[in-house]
Design a protein around this ligand. Structure first.
Ligand code: ADP
Ligand code: MG
Ligand code: MG
Length: 247
């Protein structure tokens, strides 16, 4: 589904990704762990198509298409979703407006009719309820004044509404209390644990992986994957640290 081959990328002339290769098949959940500054968020941004990130070598295909040739909105329409480490606040645009526009824009590319206001609200309320988010928050400007944990939960409501094929979730567990961690973990499983979907789960902590069990765990250090294992690798990392396990 996603094939990254020898990816090199830089920001402002500084090399960040230095030959990263990774293959993700449908039905798989891959966790990416690694020290601060390793390039985890950069990988998410490069895959999502954020401007300013220059790919200098390598290739990425998504469902056989050249992902790097596609504009960010085309990537989203193809089924890619990026959950941000630091979700952006959008004053003046309500969650409902934002999500309805995003969903209907994607439906249009698939020749599906836009959802009416009523149909959309029903869907958004159901997703908010599943994430135990107060439906009133759907009316508020996107992420404005939300706590760190509420922003992360809101990202999952967005993911539930959009129903993507491939999700890159960048530290979705950071800032969550224990109950919220379980709710978000259940949400990831409910929305994404399907035979035709896949997830890249970027996290620093083993604890999210107790809820969302990864098929593979990779260590990303200094811009490349330095080690790959199964779920047990996350436990080893937690015990021994990155420098011991995969410097
Ligand atoms: P991680 O998510 O693994 O903690 P990042 O991908 O956020 O790491 O960052 C990787 C490296 O790129 C870090 O050294 C960071 O300081 C650097 N970096 C990120 N954004 C920029 C930028 N806009 N300009 C220069 N360096 C950047
Ligand atoms: Mg970091
Ligand atoms: Mg990061």
């Amino acid at each position: 589904m996603l094939k990254i081959d020898n990816l090199h990328a830089e920001i402002d002339g500084k090399a960040i990704l230095k030959g990263l290769s990774l293959e993700v098949n449908p039905g798989e959940i891959h966790a990416i762990m690694g020290p601060n500054g390793a390039g985890k968020s950069t990988l998410g941004y490069v895959l999502g198509g954020r401007p300013g990130y220059e790919v200098t070598a390598g290739s990425v295909t998504f469902d056989g298409q050249d992902l790097l040739e596609m504009a960010a909105n085309e990537r989203a329409a193809a089924g890619l979703f990026l959950g941000f480490q630091y979700p952006v606040e959008i004053p003046g645009v309500s969650n409902v407006q934002f999500l309805r526009e995003a969903l209907n824009a994607q439906r249009a590319t698939r020749d599906e009719k836009p959802l009416s206001g009523g149909e959309f609200l029903k869907l958004a309320r159901a997703q908010a309820a599943a994430l135990e988010m107060d439906a009133e928050m759907l009316k508020r400007p996107v992420n404005v004044g939300f706590s760190g944990g509420e922003k992360k939960r809101n990202e999952m409501v967005q993911m539930g509404v959009i129903d993507p094929k491939f999700a890159i979730l960048d530290e979705t567990d950071s800032g969550l209390d224990i109950d919220a961690l379980r709710i978000v973990g259940d949400g990831i499983n409910r929305i994404m644990r399907k035979p035709d979907k896949a997830v890249l789960l970027i996290t620093h902590y083993q604890r999210l992986l107790d809820y969302v069990k990864p098929d593979f765990v990779h260590v990303l250090a200094d811009g490349r994957i330095t080690r790959t294992g199964g779920a047990e690798l996350a436990h080893e990392l937690e015990r021994e640290g990155y420098t011991q396990v995969a410097a």
